[in-house]
Write a protein that binds this ligand. Structure first.
Ligand SMILES: Cc1cc2nc3c(=O)[nH]c(=O)nc-3n(C[C@H](O)[C@H](O)[C@H](O)COP(=O)(O)OP(=O)(O)OC[C@H]3O[C@@H](n4cnc5c(N)ncnc54)[C@H](O)[C@@H]3O)c2cc1C
Length: 543
């Protein structure tokens, strides 16, 4: 990879979304504050607490409202005897299209098996083979069966539940639900001192912390079509950029090829492992088209399958394609994929006779807050892990089932580092007298609900699976217009703050997608279909 990143400037942003006044705000103190209770935040909390820290673990709603809870297919790790670290590393690097950090890939892959076995010891109900070992399955892009799954296709929930049970064993972890983090607070030297948020009673609250770990997850909700739950509104990315953290690889949004397409229903994911088990993609003319696009057909990397589906939809003038599982064993499917079987049955789809309508949707935010091998950001006292972080594991594309693994490995690292770092800080005193005022704006008000709907559609149309220069420019102009009328206001509830965060992050994504005039990984430019290693085998960063 070229060592020098391409640096873009983020637009000028107001430092805080809300006024801050320490004299008039309730304040709490802790050693380590963790924002987010998905796999990364939960694992970090356990490690920080084991390291002797007083930990506060906050989440927007409940831990169920996370990408982790919704993860289906499994967690990738070298668990079978035929498999090897070298193969998992190679598959990850190949999928990442030249932008992975080899050191990070090795770090994550090699730490995987131990941490997955630890999850088993902590009660994760992984599916087992007859001989009692963890059962692994094949997924697109993997050379060996190495995806461990739990409760069939309920892997995320099973892991989160086991981690939550473990968290509850520590009396130095306080889990605070319904806490909306608005902004990271930094001092004049740019050091992170904690956050300002809104607690369950809708009151402003400051939490001062010796160390803060950002584990706020993904950004799928920036798009009209997404597999992500409601909370994935890119809050962590937005608050990090306002605080001065470096964001990288923002052009790389991974689209999942197969989500259930029933108008009016939410876009539930139909896991990739179903294709691993032999499901076939057909267009509306019953044509099994994937071999026309890639020799690995249904098991080609996600970006290729997503684009193939989109192109086939355009060719046939259809809103979707189909997944065909009619030739697979019904009893086996019901046992192996209970969630999906139940879901499609609820729409009267009989998988023995009927095809399942699917289309791609936004799924995984590859880019994020730039971190090093110790989960450190460029901001002192601030660590990041999980989907919000950009560790260099995924490069330009994420290999399926590598993200739970990344959250687990870097969650542990972040927790340990935060605990170590906290020991060198005397106390989380915060800022004694701190006041940040925001003058009232006299610009017109826009309806945030309306802006959000239009923003998500704009992102889907103009910054979606297939990109061109003109729609990308148009997207930036429209988002900048909305920003002028929304970012100047002060809101008093999450709906408004989420809208401000989403507008902030969408602009960065459109800018990065505009700047990368090549195609690589999940970023496909129809006007620049080739990969241009000479210019772009490097990251795009926002400083
Ligand atoms: C449907 C679906 C299926 C998937 N399947 C797989 C799979 O099989 N294998 C795999 O490896 N990956 C899968 N993924 C991706 C994977 O689930 C995620 O990348 C991973 O779980 C992210 O974990 P995380 O801890 O970083 O974030 P999350 O699990 O999303 O947790 C984020 C946390 O941050 C909190 N938060 C966010 N903003 C704020 C705020 N402002 N204030 C307070 N708290 C906040 C949220 O409340 C939440 O608790 C899937 C994703 C989805 C959506």
């Amino acid at each position: 990879m070229n060592d020098k990143a391409i640096i873009l400037k983020r637009s000028d942003l107001r430092r805080y979304l809300v006024p801050v006044n320490t004299a008039a705000t309730q304040q709490l103190f802790t050693d380590c504050l963790i924002i987010g209770a998905g796999i990364a935040g939960l694992r970090a909390a356990i490690e920080a607490a084991a390291g002797g820290c007083e930990v506060m673990l906050v989440c927007k709603k409940t831990p169920q409202d996370s990408n982790t809870w919704n993860a289906q297919g499994g967690i990738a790790s070298v668990l079978g005897s035929a498999d090897s670290f070298a193969s998992h590393i190679e598959d990850t690097l190949t999928t990442g299209c030249g932008l992975c950090s080899r050191d990070t890939v090795e770090q994550v892959v090699k730490n995987g098996p131990g941490l997955v076995k630890e999850l088993l010891e902590w009660g994760t109900e992984f599916d087992k083979t007859k001989d009692g070992s963890i059962s692994v399955t094949l997924e697109g892009g993997h050379s060996y069966a190495r995806v461990a799954h739990a409760l069939g296709d309920n892997t995320g929930r099973a892991i989160a539940q086991a981690l939550l049970n473990k968290v509850r064993q520590f009396n130095n972890i306080t889990l605070i639900e319904n806490y909306y983090t608005i902004d990271l607070i930094t001092n004049d030297d740019g050091v992170c001192l904690g956050v300002i948020g809104q607690n369950a009673a809708a009151a402003a609250e400051i939490i001062w912390a010796k160390t803060t770990i950002l584990a706020t997850g993904g950004a799928g909700k920036l798009y009209r079509e997404t597999t992500n739950p409601d909370g994935a509104t890119a809050d962590g990315l937005a608050m990090a950029t306002r605080a001065g953290a470096v964001l990288q690889d923002m052009e790389f949004m991974q689209f999942h090829p197969t989500t259930l397409y029933i108008a009016g229903a939410s876009r539930a994911l139909i896991t990739e492992t179903l294709r691993g088990e032999g499901a076939v993609l057909r267009d509306i003319n019953n044509n099994a088209f994937m071999t026309e696009y890639h020799p690995d057909a249904e098991l080609a990397p996600r970006d290729i399958v997503s684009r193939a589906i989109l192109q086939q939809m355009l060719k046939t003038g259809s809103t979707h394609v189909f997944l065909d599982v009619r030739h697979l064993d019904k009893n086996y499917l019901a046992k192996r994929f209970p969630l999906i079987s139940e879901l499609v049955a609820s729409f009267d789809i009989d998988i023995n006779k009927d095809l399942i309508p699917v289309r791609p949707s936004a799924h995984y935010m590859v880019g994020g807050v730039k971190t090093d091998s110790l989960a450190r950001t460029n901001i002192e006292n601030l660590f990041a892990c999980g989907e919000v972080a950009s560790t260099g594991l995924h490069g330009a594309n994420r290999l399926g089932s590598n993200s739970l693994l990344e959250g687990l490995v870097f969650g542990k690292i972040a927790g340990r580092q935060a605990a170590e770092h906290s020991k060198h800080i005397n106390s989380a005193t915060g800022l004694q007298k701190f006041r940040y005022d925001i003058p009232q704006s006299d610009r017109s008000r826009l309806d945030t609900g309306d802006v959000l709907n239009s923003l998500k559609s704009l992102m889907w149309r103009n910054v979606g699976i297939i990109r061109f220069a003109k729609p990308l420019t148009e997207a930036q102009e429209i988002i900048s217009f909305w920003q002028r009328y929304v970012l100047d206001k002060v809101f008093d509830s999450p709906v408004g703050w989420e809208c401000q965060n989403m507008l902030t992050v969408c602009l960065l994504m459109a800018k990065a997608a505009q700047a990368r005039t090549e195609s690589r990984g999940v970023h496909y430019r129809d006007d620049f279909p080739q990969t241009d290693d000479a210019k772009f085998k490097t990251h795009i960063e926002f400083e």
